[in-house]
Design a protein around this ligand. Structure first.
Ligand SMILES: Nc1nc2c(ncn2[C@@H]2O[C@H](COP(=O)(O)OP(=O)(O)OP(=O)(O)O)[C@@H](O)[C@H]2O)c(=O)[nH]1
Ligand SMILES: [Mg+2]
Length: 210
């Protein structure tokens, strides 16, 4: 069985406008916590790690949480080096946040490797349903994601809705792209049996059939 240390490592970058909920998404996904009062903008870059199983295989995700505020985005292009996937986050209750996506996707395409997976996430689903006002309809968001050839999912860090889905989808897509994986990583991705119970407290025994 593969030990925790021998799991293939995938690098995922999380980008998007300030206040969209990038850090909250990661805090909920990796530590199952949520801070409704949080007003602390990320400075530079933060890092979290999490194990995930997709299609019966285990992976270690190294997830980089970037700053949305321009003044805190130091050396932002260097973040992209070696990234297998880029999750672009916006706030579905904030139209301006949606309208800024072109620029974020453009940044990702210019700096990430050609085959890197780009995936769109709409956050704060709890704020718009039921009875809340969406600033972006589901149809519009899906159409935009499709036009960018990106997957799409809506989440709430507050209620946990769909919180794991973006990571499952992104990893599922990454492993379909052998050009993205280095020789050793590709080999282990193809053959490593799943043993996520061998690890410590950060173990995530999540499975997805999608
Ligand atoms: N209701 C609700 N609020 C959320 C959700 N996700 C984030 N928030 C709130 O939105 C605010 C901004 O969230 P952050 O996660 O700090 O945003 P960020 O994208 O990391 O921002 P920068 O670090 O400045 O780029 C915080 O007050 C969060 O509590 C959510 O799913 N639902
Ligand atoms: Mg942040």
């Amino acid at each position: 069985m593969a030990s925790e240390d021998s799991l293939p490592v995938l690098k995922i970058l999380v980008i998007g406008p300030s206040g969209a909920g990038k850090s909250s998404l990661l805090l909920r996904y990796c530590d199952d916590q949520f801070d409704p009062e949080s007003s602390t903008a990320t400075i530079g870059i933060d890092f979290k790690t999490k194990k995930l199983a997709v299609h019966g295989k285990g992976y270690r995700l190294n997830i980089f949480d970037t700053a949305g505020q321009e003044r805190y985005r130091t050396l932002s292009t260097s973040y992209y080096r070696g990234a297998h996937g880029v999750i672009v986050v916006y706030d579905i209750s904030n139209r301006k946040s949606f309208l800024s996506l072109d620029r974020w996707i453009e940044e990702a395409r210019s700096n990430a490797s050609e085959n890197a997976v780009i995936y769109l996430v709409g956050t704060k689903l709890d704020k718009v349903a039921p009875g809340g006002t969406r600033a972006v309809s589901l149809e519009e968001a899906k159409a935009f994601a499709a036009s960018q050839e990106a997957g799409y999912c809506e989440v709430s860090a507050k209620t946990r809705t769909n919180i794991k889905q973006p990571f499952v989808d992104v990893v599922g897509e990454i492993v379909q792209r052998p050009q993205l994986l280095s020789g050793e990583l590709a080999k282990r991705t193809a053959s490593s049996p799943l043993d996520l119970n061998a690890g410590g407290s950060q173990a995530s025994s999540s499975y997805c059939s999608c």
